[in-house]
Ligand binder design. Structure first.
Ligand code: NAD
Length: 393
């Protein structure tokens, strides 16, 4: 296990490795890692990626690491083709040693695929959020799951602030009105409010949730609340003036605005459903930039339609890319507004891409060199969860 932890193939000293049909001499030093197959599932950037090289998370720009990897003799396969047994992802996963994925175009590494991935040792998430990997199966197989923790948390917190403001202030219908050539202030103002004086709560008060609380404070909310099984340190909670509520129904029933900032795991999947939505204040707003599947798709659409929710905004979907007929594309509140949905991009600003590309390279470098990984980046270490964010175990 320690050899795996250090990034060396556990069989490096005994079994010859193959590169392009050639047998490489078995060695125990770091050179034994030459010729690894590294598979990356990224999103297609099209024309934009050709024009904008800073779109590093795309298939075209390949996280900016191709020549660096190839100069060390590694094979680097990059694709956005991820669905079905004949996809490039599912074919190459069978013998890849390292898998790089991004939450923006998730290559779902299921237990079934892990069973086929006989050579897989490390999964790197270029970004934050590794729910697209079956983490329990990774634990069982001693596959490490590493993230570029913190790389885009400010990007997301800013997006949450934008989502809260655009819902509360009824921005989207106002903008659509202007583009239609109309001007009827009362149609917008009848459902526009101030953020000041509202109760705002975050479900999950980790890196993003806490940054949201920090950014909310200057708006003079009535109160800031949080719900999280990992309580904030007392001084951190006091600094933002946040009060912990331990019961989820009690928590949502006190909030005018709920923002979801917890990872997707078995304890959060479908957590916000018809049963819980009944306990929200009538006309509350819900912002979810964490993961689409934390909310039940149909139940949220119904709550918005009935006015139980006055608004829903976010950038994450239960299926990505979201199908054309996904209800969250078109759902509206009874006054025709309240939808602030976008494609998944809050954590992939150009600033964030620079950080997660650099972080991915550093993780790979550590792996090649047999150096310890940054503890905060380890979601699953060798044979066990290292992160406390993926449920109480
Ligand atoms: P983090 O690990 O710092 O914090 C997550 C917090 O959620 C932890 O404090 C954890 O205890 C809490 N939590 C877990 N399960 C919970 C539950 N059942 N109820 C209440 N709280 C719970 O993670 P982070 O950096 O803040 O990121 C959070 C999530 O945001 C990521 O896992 C990812 O899914 C999502 N994210 C989205 C984007 C985007 O582009 N939209 C980008 C980055 C991260």
């Amino acid at each position: 296990a320690s050899a795996i932890k250090r990034g060396l193939s556990s069989s490096a000293s005994a079994t010859p490795r193959m590169l392009n049909g050639r047998t490489l001499a078995p060695t125990v030093n770091h050179a034994s890692n030459a010729g690894m197959k590294i598979l990356a599932v990224l999103y297609k950037g099209g024309e934009a990626a050709k024009q904008e090289p800073r779109l590093l998370g795309t298939v075209e720009n390949q996280l900016g690491i191709r020549s660096w990897l190839e100069s060390q003799g590694h094979e680097y396969i990059v694709t956005d083709d991820k669905e079905g047994p004949n996809s490039v992802f599912q074919q190459h996963i069978k013998d890849a040693e390292v898998l790089i994925t991004t939450p923006f175009h998730p290559g779902y590494l299921t237990r079934e695929l892990i069973d086929k991935a006989k050579n897989l040792k490390v999964c790197v998430t270029a970004g934050v959020g590794s729910d697209h990997i079956d983490l329990d199966a990774a634990v069982e197989r001693n596959i490490q799951v590493l993230e570029v923790t913190g790389s885009n948390v400010t990007s997301v917190a800013e997006h949450v602030m934008m989502n809260i403001l655009l819902l509360v202030r009824n921005f989207v219908p106002a903008h659509e009105m202007i583009q239609r050539g109309d001007w009827q202030v009362s149609d917008i103002a009848r459902n526009a409010f101030d953020l000041e004086g509202k109760v705002v709560g975050t479900l999950g008060a980790g890196r993003i949730g806490y940054r949201v609380l920090e950014r909310l404070q200057p708006f003079n909310p009535k109160e800031l609340l949080y719900y999280d099984y990992n309580p904030l340190p007392a001084d951190a909670a006091a600094k933002v003036g946040a009060r912990r509520v331990e019961d989820l129904k009690d928590f949502v029933s006190q909030c005018d605005i709920v923002t979801v900032n917890a990872p997707l795991h078995e304890g959060t999947k479908g957590l916000i459903n018809a049963d819980l939505l009944k306990h929200f204040k009538k006309g509350a707003y819900l912002v979810n930039t964490a993961r689409g599947a934390i909310c039940n798709t149909e139940d949220v659409a119904a709550a918005l339609k009935s006015g139980q929710l006055n608004g829903y905004a976010g950038d994450v979907w239960n299926v990505q890319p979201a199908p054309k007929d996904h209800p969250w594309r078109y759902m509206k509140n009874p006054l025709g507004g309240g939808n602030g949905m976008t494609p998944h991009y809050s954590g992939t600003t150009l600033d964030a891409q620079a950080r997660y590309a650099a972080g991915t390279k550093q993780i790979l470098e550590n792996y090649f060199q047999g150096k310890a990984q940054e503890p905060a980046n380890i979601i699953v270490g060798v044979g066990k969860y290292e992160s406390k964010s993926y449920g109480q175990r």
